[in-house]
Design a protein around this ligand. Structure first.
Ligand SMILES: N[C@@H](CCC(=O)N[C@@H](CS)C(=O)NCC(=O)O)C(=O)O
Length: 245
């Protein structure tokens, strides 16, 4: 059985889960514990060195990392081609925009959480978040780990928000009031862009702590792009199965 290893609240894992669900590929889901889970994951991947990220799909063809590659594989092996071969390049271009939006969002959210002790503790997974003052220290280690691993830029918030605004404007123009980016049916282009908004306005179903949710939200963009948030919410309501994963 195919097994997806991911993080429940992470947009990259959400892209893979939603893409797998739509492609109709049967899979089992396993939650990954950031940092602590890395040694075991490296053993499982037989990859002692180099960057490892989740989601990862373990398949009979071997492990596949990166959400787009996972959904492409599923699309080719399952009943519904959510990435039709003729749209592959156009979908990859939308996915690149989504990845950029998520990278900017991760930087912004992480730096905001780092400055808010309560949100910092909330962001520490599992039992590590229940260790009192130690949890805050673990949270700070987690922030530094992310800053280094994903080579955070020195951009300020204003520049990040401006770049996000440009991406959202491109999305708005391409949708032109419709529901789909490529033709008149749902493709992975819609999914990757909808999930790409997670650090701008997380959907209710994504379980982020109450305090952290504030830092996962960009109020000025929420105010400027209500049409896109409504589009994203419609897409979720129509196409994302409410059951876990
Ligand atoms: N381009 C990759 C990005 C994946 C990614 O950034 N994953 C992060 C967020 S879920 C991760 O593995 N975080 C946990 C860690 O770095 O330990 C994808 O689309 O799968």
């Amino acid at each position: 059985m195919n097994t997806l290893v991911g993080i429940s609240y992470s947009p990259w894992s959400e892209k893979a889960k939603w893409g797998l669900q739509l492609s109709g590929l049967p899979f089992r889901y396993q939650e990954y514990m950031p940092m602590l889970g890395e040694p075991a994951l490296r053993v499982r991947l037989r990859r002692p060195r180099g960057k490892v990220t989740v989601p990862i799909l373990f398949t009979p063809d071997g492990p596949i990392g990166d959400s787009l590659a996972i959904v492409e594989w599923a699309s080719a092996h399952a009943p519904h081609a959510i990435i039709p071969p003729e749209l592959r390049d156009a979908i990859a271009a939308w996915n690149a925009r989504s990845e950029r939006a998520l990278a900017l969002g991760r930087e912004r959210t992480t730096t905001h959480v780092a400055r808010d002790p309560e949100a910092l503790v909330e962001s520490v997974p599992g039992f590590m978040g229940k260790l009192g003052p130690l949890s805050r220290a673990i949270g700070k280690v987690g922030v530094r780990y992310l800053e280094r691993k994903y080579a955070f830029s020195k951009q300020d918030d204003e520049a990040r928000v401006e770049e996000l605004r440009e991406i959202l404007t491109t999305l708005r123009t391409a949708l032109a009031g419709g529901d789909h980016l490529l033709g008149s049916t749902l493709t992975y282009a819609d999914i990757t862009m909808a999930v790409g908004m997670q650090f701008i306005s997380p959907p209710d179903r994504i379980r982020v702590g109450k305090r952290s949710r504030v830092h996962w939200t960009v109020p000025e963009l929420v105010a400027e792009f209500p049409d896109l948030i409504a589009w994203r919410d419609r897409l979720y309501a129509a196409h994302r199965r409410p059951t876990k994963p």
